[in-house]
Write a protein that binds this ligand. Structure first.
Ligand code: GLP
Length: 256
């Protein structure tokens, strides 16, 4: 079941995303221990993290009772590299939101041996599963680093980045050569077990991928299309990213 918010600005999208996260956190903390938030990197969720930093302070959410799990991490990069996802998560999420760093995890942060993906999967299970997972989408339809062809049942694992993703992410590095080639990523099966998904997409470059994900066939060729089978998805898109959707009037909730 999908709810779609079509917004005019990234700031508006950020406010809506932040509100969804705060509502989920309040709901979870009322009945359970910690709220478990799946966090994503990339440019897209930036306005959501900024809005959330403001909203959390005004809410009843106890930031000490938030656990966070990143979606993915480059493998062939040093932990202290400013573009390692550990560094990005610390800079954009842990510090501004005032989260306890010991409760924020990234794949491979406890060692990069062969068992690291399984340990990460287990850590998510031990936390009680992810309550709300924030997702961006790649131009090729990837979610996390599940590139086209990834099994829709895949779990945390080491994977290779698609060439297009390496090109898209080269803007964060000083040269194309420097862009990592491998990653540890949550699998599509892992992501699908989160209780709620918040997918954010902005800009014309994401329009085809978003339409394929929400309205095309469910196929490993478009990894994000798996979310059509998820019971609770909130999509926040700007008008450009939503421009190729043709069935959105029939979604469970459409807010303009
Ligand atoms: C990256 C990340 C994804 C992210 C996507 C889109 O490579 N692994 O988690 O959602 O690609 O990134 P952006 O938001 O910068 O367009």
């Amino acid at each position: 079941m999908t709810s779609l918010y079509v917004v005019d600005t990234l700031a508006e999208g950020g406010q809506i995303g932040a509100e969804e996260i705060v509502e989920a956190a309040v709901r979870c903390q009322r009945v359970e221990g910690d709220f478990v938030l799946g966090v994503s990197t990339g440019s897209t969720p930036g306005s959501t993290w900024r809005a959330l930093a403001g909203r959390l302070g005004e809410s009843s959410v106890d930031t000490g009772r938030i656990q966070a799990f990143a979606l993915d991490e480059y493998l062939d990069i040093e932990a202290d590299h400013p573009e390692s996802y550990r560094a990005v998560v610390r800079r954009q999420i842990t510090l501004p939101l005032g989260l306890n760093p010991e409760k924020v995890r990234c794949p491979g942060d406890d060692g990069r041996d062969l068992q690291a993906p399984q340990r990460y999967e287990q850590a998510i299970r031990d936390a009680g599963g992810i309550d709300l997972q924030v997702l961006g989408i790649g131009r090729n339809g990837h979610i996390a680093f599940n590139e086209p062809g990834s099994s829709l049942a895949s779990r945390c694992r080491v994977a290779a980045l698609a060439e297009q993703t390496r090109q898209d992410n080269s803007r964060f590095f000083s040269s194309q050569e420097e862009v990592p080639r491998y990653c540890i990523t949550q699998g599509i099966g892992t992501i699908m077990q989160a209780r709620q998904l918040l997918l954010i997409a902005y800009g014309t470059a994401k329009a085809e991928a978003l339409a394929a994900a929400l309205e095309g066939p469910i196929t490993a060729a478009v990894p994000a299309s798996a979310i059509q089978l998820h019971p609770d998805v909130v999509v926040v898109a700007d008008r450009s990213a939503a421009s190729l959707l043709v069935h959105s009037a029939n979604y469970s909730a459409l807010r303009l």
